[in-house]
Write a protein that binds this ligand. Structure first.
Ligand code: BLA
Length: 518
């Protein structure tokens, strides 16, 4: 029935990807018990890589696989959980006969406290040696300092990452407030069609994946066409649960995402998280049409570059905000002065320059006090204002502010005055008394990478339901109506500041009236 499907569907979009218990086959994973470093879980591809079966490895100590000469130097770092000190360590393991294979050994402690070792093939591919990385970062940063706009800046980032890694396509993907995202910068080989400026729905990168990416900041899929391998035993012998692979570098991505990459024609990817104030701000997403492996060192270099560069983005965003915030603060101060000077304080908000409109960059404003309106600029008419106020007093309750760039979504009658009031910022002063700011409709075209209304399909297979990403990422133009330009955080704050000042004046006047009456 529909009910069952809905239930499954919720489970599917929230698939716990950190508990997948599968890894990508190009490396090996060992879950260890301490202090003896006994192997309690291992990936089942030991035969393919080391020519021994998982059973021959399980319950052995790590030194039986990597011999003690290699492990002893690491033990101090491991005992102190000093992973920066041990990662990566070059180790070798016997494959067959007298042959050895060299790996990058990378240790971490998972969220449950278990020690995990991952072995990746040590491929020396440094056309950019790690030690010269500092110079690279320095030239990149000095290049970046010359750029003036944020867009230019982001463009340099993707170019630098592409120079370092030689991916076919490198993008900077930024999340918007509602969870969907936009490609804001791109560097690519000419044969590929551009994704720059395209929007992608929230479900392409579901919530639990975004959460994981905030703690595991760099992830690679060197070959999206391979079949994942399982851990054996499937459950951790002590916890009796799937091991938490949140911080793993080899964890297999969800099959849904592998299908997505296939549909996009992507053979390999590298993704770097950009974090701001603990939250995922965006991603640097790299694509290659064919398999491509990036060594641990080079990944670290990319991660570092992403980090350093992103600090600069944040700083620039903040300065831009800061200048506007200062401007609005000075308008607010002047409005408060005007209110103090005029006999009727309301007049002070509308008679002078700057006025109420300048405080929030609105095209219309209305002050509604005791059933009277004073308006400025383009506003709905008196009757429309009457109904809007009734709706507001019923619906916004005790909130200090109501703010939307699409009023008609909440209040359908707003469609009739969309040309003046598609956006509304409302502050209640007291019951029935409001200051309202309006913005007109701005019809926008949003270019989506595929139809966002059909971002995925649900496929029923016997008694299970699975999600499958869309097959086509072809440009899909959406015309967005009944929406104004968005209110910015600093504008909302300025409105709240004014509210405080007005409430104080109203309270003072009420006090004075009460004293007169005594
Ligand atoms: C992961 N989806 C991702 C990732 C990206 C995208 C960048 C992170 C990949 C990584 O960290 O290696 C999406 N890639 C994009 C977008 C662009 C791009 C938007 O290049 C734009 C150009 N995805 C779906 C559906 C589901 C889904 C229907 O489309 C299922 C609900 C899931 N995507 C999904 C999951 C992950 C993901 C579960 C996490 C993969 C993992 O690490 O396990």
């Amino acid at each position: 029935s529909l009910k069952v499907q809905t239930h499954n569907f919720v489970n599917l979009t929230e698939e716990p990807i950190h508990l997948i218990s599968q890894i990508q086959p190009h490396g090996l994973v060992f879950v260890l018990s301490e202090p003896e470093l006994k192997i309690v879980q291992v990936s089942s591809n030991t035969r393919a890589i080391l020519e021994v079966s998982p059973d021959q490895v399980l319950n052995k100590n790590l030194e039986d696989v990597l011999d003690s000469v290699q492990i002893e130097p690491l033990q101090k770092g491991l005992a102190e959980d000093n992973f920066d000190w041990v990662n990566p360590s070059k180790v070798w393991a016997r494959t067959k006969g007298d042959e050895y294979m060299v790996f990058d050994a990378v240790f971490h402690r998972n969220p449950e406290g278990y020690l995990i070792l991952e072995l990746e093939p040590a491929i020396s591919q440094e056309n950019i040696p790690f030690l010269s990385f500092y110079h690279l970062a320095k030239t990149s940063i000095s290049q970046l300092e010359k750029t003036s706009t944020l867009d230019e800046f982001c463009q340099i980032i993707v170019q630098e990452v592409r120079k370092m890694t030689d991916f076919d396509r490198v993008m900077l993907y930024k999340f918007e407030e509602d969870g969907h995202g936009v490609v804001i910068a791109e560097d690519k080989i000419p044969e590929l069609e551009p994704y720059l400026g395209l929007h992608y729905p929230e479900s392409d990168i579901p919530k639990q994946a975004r959460k994981l990416f905030a703690s595991n900041v760099i992830r690679q899929i060197p070959d999206a066409g391979t079949t994942p391998v399982s851990l054996v035993p499937r459950l951790h012998p002590v916890s009796d649960r799937p091991i938490d692979l949140t911080y793993s570098i080899l964890r297999s991505p969800s099959t849904c995402h592998l299908e997505y990459l296939h549909n996009m024609g992507v053979g390999a990817s590298l993704t770097i998280s950009l974090i701001q104030d603990g939250e995922l701000w965006g991603l640097i997403a790299c694509h290659h049409r064919t398999p491509k492996f990036i060594s641990y060192e080079l990944r670290k270099a990319c991660e570092f570059l992403g980090h350093v560069i992103f600090a600069e983005i944040s700083a620039r965003e903040e300065t831009a905000d800061q200048d506007y915030r200062l401007k609005l603060a000075s308008i607010q101060t002047r409005l408060i002065d005007y209110m103090g000077q005029d006999d009727n304080f309301i007049e002070g908000l509308v008679k002078h320059q700057p006025n109420l409109l300048d405080l929030t960059n609105a095209q219309g404003a209305a002050i509604c006090l005791s059933g009277q309106y004073i308006t400025l600029g383009n506003t709905p008419n008196t009757e429309e204002l009457n109904f809007l106020l009734q709706w507001l007093s019923k619906n916004i309750e005790d909130r200090e502010i109501f703010c939307t760039d699409s009023l008609a979504r909440w209040y359908s009658d707003a469609e009739t005055f969309k040309d003046v009031g598609s956006g509304l910022l409302a502050i209640p002063i007291s019951k029935q008394n409001y200051v309202l700011w309006f913005r007109p409709e701005v019809i926008q075209t949003v270019n989506w990478g595929g139809d966002p209304g059909n971002a995925y399909e649900t496929i029923q297979e016997a008694d299970t339901v699975k999600l499958s990403p869309r097959k086509s990422f072809e440009l899909w133009k959406e015309t967005v109506r009944l929406k104004s330009l968005p209110w910015q955080g600093v504008e909302v704050k300025a409105a709240l500041g004014l509210r405080k000042a007005i409430v104080n004046i109203v309270l003072r006047q009420a006090d004075e009236l009460a004293q007169l009456a005594q």
